[in-house]
Design a protein around this ligand. Structure first.
Ligand code: B12
Ligand code: SF4
Ligand code: SF4
Length: 406
C-alpha cells in the first residue's frame, strides 16, 4: 500500500493528539489479521490454559485476531500505552534488581481505609490496581481521539475503542505497532516504561503508515520464569493462567486449588512478581502526564476485610480495579494470605469468618486456620465442624484438622 505524505503528516498529528491526551506511547499497526498470535492463543485455549475464564472462547480469539471482524473496513490500529508506575517509584538505573524490588514496595505510608485494631496483617495489591480504574479513563481518552479523527483527516472516519475488556488481542497489536516486544512472562515490554503500562487501541478505517515492530527481545534472560511463585510461566511466552496468582485472586470465582494456596504468599489482589524481577523494568520511567488518580490501596489490611459489609466494599473500593474480585472473592483471598502469613493473632477473625462467611469464605478460612495451627485454631475448627452444613466446607475443615499441628 502506498502512503502519501499527507497520510504520514496526519499520523503525526494523531500521534501528537494522543500524547497530549496523556498516552505515553503511541504507535500504528496495520489491521491485517494476527495469524501467528491467533494460533498461539487458540493453542492456549485448546491446552486448557485459559480454563476458568469461560468468556475466553475459541470464537472470541477468532474475532479478537481479526480487526476486520471488529470494525468493517478497518485499515489501521492506533496502539497506545499508559504508564502506571508512580513517579516516586520510577528509579533511574538502580544498581541491582533486588534493591529496586525493596524500594518498589515500601510499607503503605498513608493510612489504609481498612485499619483495624491490633497488629496489621497486610495483603499485597498489584501495582496496576493501586490507581483509579483505568478502563473508564483510557476509553474516555480514546473516544476523544476518535471524535477528533474526522477533523484531523478532513473526512468521515469510522473507529472503535478497545481497552482490556473488548475482544482485541491488545498485546499482539502493540507488538506489531512496535510499541513494545513480548517478554517471556508474556507482558509487553516498552523501551521507556518497561511493562508497567496499560494497553489500549483505536481500530480505524484510516490508512495510516504502519510503524515497524521493534527488533528487541529478552535475549538470554529467563529471570521471570523461576521467579513465578506458582510456576505459571510453563515455558517462555506461555502462561498457564489457571496457576497465575492474578487469575486466582481476580478472575477465579470459586475455590482456589489447595496445592496452589501456599504458593500465593500474601498477594490479595493480582501479582507483580514476574514484572518486579524483570531487568527491563529497573530503569522504567513514570507517566509523562498523570492522568490516573492514585489510591492508598498499595496493601490491604486483611483482618478487617473478613468482616467488611457489601455496602462498605462498594463505597470504599468504588472506581478501583479491585471491585472486579467481588467482596466474597476478596475475603477468600484474604483467608489465603492470612494462612500464608501464619500469624495466630488472626485466628479469632478467621474463626468468625468460618462461622458467618459465605461457604467459599468458610472453606478458605478453615484452610488458613489449619496453616496457622495451635490450640486456638484447632478449637475453632472443631467447633465449626459441629454445625457446618455444607459438604464442601466440612471437607475443608476435615482436611485442615488433618494437616493441623499444635
Ligand atoms: C485474559 C487476560 C489475563 C489472564 C491471562 C494472561 C495471559 N498471559 O494471557 C490473567 C488473568 C492471568 C491476566 C493477568 C495479568 N494481566 Co491481563 N489480560 C488479559 C486479557 C483480557 C486478554 C489476554 C489474552 O488475549 N491472552 C491470550 C494469551 C494466549 O495471550 P498471551 O499469553 O499474551 O500470548 C500472546 C503472545 O505470547 C503471542 N505469542 C505466543 N507465541 C507466539 C509466537 C509468535 C511467532 C507470535 C508472533 C506471537 C506469539 O500470542 C498471544 C496473543 O498475542 C488482556 C486484555 C486484552 N484484551 O488483550 C489483559 C492484559 C494482557 N493484561 C494486562 C495486565 C496488566 C495483567 C497483569 C500484569 C495484572 C496483574 N499485575 O495482576 C497480569 C500479568 C500476568 C502475565 N504474566 O501475563 C495488560 C498487559 C499489559 C502489558 N504490558 O502487557 C492487558 C493488555 C490489559 C490492558 N489493557 O492493559 N491477564
Ligand atoms: S503474575 Fe505472578 S503468578 Fe502470574 S505469571 Fe507473573 S509471577 Fe507468575
Ligand atoms: S525477566 Fe527477563 S525473560 Fe522475563 S520478561 Fe523480563 S527480560 Fe524477558
Amino acid at each position: 500500500m502506498a502512503y502519501t505524505q499527507v497520510a504520514s503528516s496526519l499520523k503525526e498529528r494523531i500521534t501528537q493528539q494522543a500524547r497530549d491526551l496523556g498516552f505515553d506511547e503511541v504507535r500504528v499497526a496495520s489491521a491485517e489479521p494476527f495469524v501467528e498470535d491467533e494460533e498461539a492463543a487458540q493453542e492456549r485455549v485448546h491446552q486448557g490454559f485459559m480454563g476458568g475464564m469461560p468468556w475466553f472462547t475459541q470464537e472470541r480469539v477468532q474475532s479478537a485476531s481479526d480487526p476486520q471482524a471488529l470494525l468493517g473496513g478497518a485499515r489501521s490500529i492506533i496502539s497506545v500505552a499508559l504508564s502506571y508506575l508512580p513517579s516516586e517509584e520510577a528509579i533511574p538505573n538502580p544498581s541491582t534488581v533486588s534493591s529496586y524490588v525493596e524500594l518498589a514496595f515500601p510499607p503503605p505510608s498513608s493510612p489504609s481505609p481498612f485499619k483495624g485494631e491490633g497488629i496489621a496483617s497486610l495483603g499485597k495489591v498489584a501495582r496496576y490496581a493501586q490507581w483509579s480504574d483505568y478502563h473508564g479513563v483510557m476509553k474516555e481518552k480514546l473516544r476523544i481521539l476518535s471524535a477528533e479523527l474526522p477533523q484531523l483527516a478532513g473526512r468521515p472516519v469510522r473507529s472503535r475503542v478497545f481497552v482490556d475488556d473488548s475482544p482485541l488481542l491488545e498485546r499482539a497489536a502493540a507488538r506489531r505497532a512496535g510499541l513494545g516486544w513480548f517478554g517471556k512472562n508474556t507482558n509487553i515490554l516498552t523501551s521507556a516504561h518497561g511493562s508497567w503500562v496499560f494497553l489500549g487501541a483505536l481500530v480505524t478505517d484510516l490508512a495510516l503508515e504502519p510503524d515497524e515492530p521493534l527488533k528487541k527481545s529478552c535475549g538470554d534472560c529467563v529471570r521471570c520464569i523461576p521467579a513465578c511463585p506458582t510456576g505459571a510461566i510453563v515455558a517462555p511466552y506461555v502462561i498457564d493462567a489457571r496457576r497465575c496468582i492474578s487469575y486466582l485472586t481476580i478472575e477465579c470465582q470459586g475455590t482456589i486449588p489447595r496445592p496452589l494456596r501456599p504458593l500465593m504468599g500474601d498477594w490479595v489482589f493480582g501479582c507483580d512478581v514476574c514484572q518486579e524481577v524483570c531487568p527491563v523494568n529497573s530503569g522504567a520511567a513514570a507517566a509523562t502526564i498523570p492522568v490516573l488518580k492514585r489510591t492508598n490501596l498499595s496493601a490491604l489490611e486483611l483482618v478487617p476485610l473478613l468482616s467488611m459489609s457489601p455496602q462498605e466494599f462498594s463505597v470504599r473500593l468504588r472506581h478501583t480495579p479491585i471491585q472486579r474480585a467481588k467482596l466474597v472473592g476478596l475475603q477468600r483471598n484474604a483467608c489465603v494470605a492470612l494462612g500464608n502469613i501464619g500469624d495466630p493473632w488472626a485466628a479469632p477473625a478467621l474463626g468468625q469468618a468460618l462461622m458467618d462467611g459465605e461457604p467459599l469464605v468458610r472453606g478458605h478460612a478453615a484452610w488458613a486456620l489449619g496453616r496457622i495451627g495451635g490450640p486456638e485454631a484447632r478449637r475453632l475448627l472443631e467447633q465449626a465442624l459441629e454445625g457446618e452444613v455444607s459438604g464442601e466446607v466440612r471437607e475443608e475443615i476435615e482436611a485442615a484438622l488433618a494437616e493441623h499441628t499444635d
